[in-house]
Design a protein. Structure first.
Length: 337
């Protein structure tokens, strides 16, 4: 007989610890996420007479119930007829008009309908068969004990909110505190071992992003200041340029013109570079630190061009100042305007 042998695989204590930690993490995530796995339902509040005031409390309660999978319809009307039969006809017709169902007896999916009509003093909770096992034994008690006492005091918002919340806790009872204590212990272990380094990395990344954004903002400000200063110098130089040919010799005027032309060309390049940087900043979608640094470099390029443009503009101004100080153009006696 052939006997096969194998060597048992050993698992280090560290590996076992990580295994149990991740099992705890999976369990914790399951406990926390289980209520959210149900697909959220829809909410419709029909209150033409504003029985529920601004409706915020009723809508919030309905959204809590819808968050656990129900399609919640709340109908309130001040006058639904002379008696209970008329009030029932009203709600049946209303759910049909709202596109909910043909009547309250033909609800479908996950629908739950809450209804109150002060006249003739009629209320009700209607639900589909899938909720029957949990709601059938208690829904009348919820109406009489949670809803009607407030309705009789004309607190229709409070009564409806209490009824919706009572239905929700009946369908989905709160989780036992023992479960949450165990989940909290597991969660603490996960936070210490896993979440803390992750949060630290996120904080570092956030700091880096903030620093990069700050560098971009500073580069943008510096480029804007440089262009504004250059623009004023160019405007002043253009005003003076119209007198150069009549104030200076042809050679001096040509030299000044050449300098000013080069300066204005560089000024145009600087403006184009700034506009390109502005466009990149505007079009950036969720920019990274690298994106901010790239845009900052574009602004720096615009500032560099502005500084280069300033040199020929200033040189042209120095030549004018020197010629004006000499007071005698080489072409002869000419008075500067």
């Amino acid at each position: 007989m052939k006997v096969s042998t194998s060597r048992a695989r050993t698992v280090s204590p560290a590996n076992r610890s990580h295994k149990y930690l991740w099992l705890s993490a999976v369990l914790l995530c399951w406990l926390w996420a289980a209520p959210a796995w149900a697909q959220a339902g829809r909410v419709l509040v029909d209150d033409p007479d504003r029985l529920f005031g601004d409706g915020s409390a009723v809508r919030s309660a309905a959204q809590r119930l819808a968050g656990e999978g129900a399609d919640v319809v709340v109908v309130g009307v001040r006058n639904a007829g002379v008696d209970g039969a008329a009030a029932q006809r009203y709600i049946d017709n209303r759910v049909q008009q709202l596109g909910i169902a043909q009547s309250t007896h033909e609800l479908h999916g996950n629908q739950i309908v809450f209804y109150v009509a002060p006249k003739p003093g009629y209320d009700g909770v209607y639900f589909v068969s899938r909720y029957k096992d949990k709601l059938q034994p208690v829904y009348r008690q919820i109406i009489t004990q949670q809803m009607r006492p407030r309705f009789t005091q004309e607190d229709y918002s409070g009564g409806m909110t209490a009824g919706i919340d009572a239905i929700r806790t009946t369908l989905n009872p709160p989780t036992s505190p023992v479960v949450w204590v165990g989940a909290a212990v597991a969660g603490l272990a996960i936070i210490v071992v896993v979440a803390r380094p992750m949060l630290l990395r996120r904080r570092i990344a956030a700091d880096q992003l903030s620093s990069a954004r700050g560098r971009m903002d500073e580069a943008r400000r510096a480029a804007g200041v440089a262009l504004a200063d250059l623009g004023q110098r160019v405007s002043t130089a253009r005003d003076k340029a119209q007198y150069d040919k009549i104030s200076y010799s042809a050679g001096d005027a040509a030299r000044i013109t050449d300098l000013q032309t080069r300066g204005e060309a560089l000024f145009a390049d600087a403006q184009s570079a700034f506009d390109a940087a502005e466009q990149a900043r505007t079009e950036a979608n969720r920019p990274s630190a690298a994106d901010y640094d790239s845009i900052a470099q574009k602004y720096a390029n615009a500032q560099q061009l502005a500084q280069e443009a300033m040199q020929p503009i200033e040189e042209a101004e120095r030549i004018r100042a020197t010629l004006d100080k000499a007071g005698a153009p080489s072409t002869g006696q000419t008075q500067r305007l």
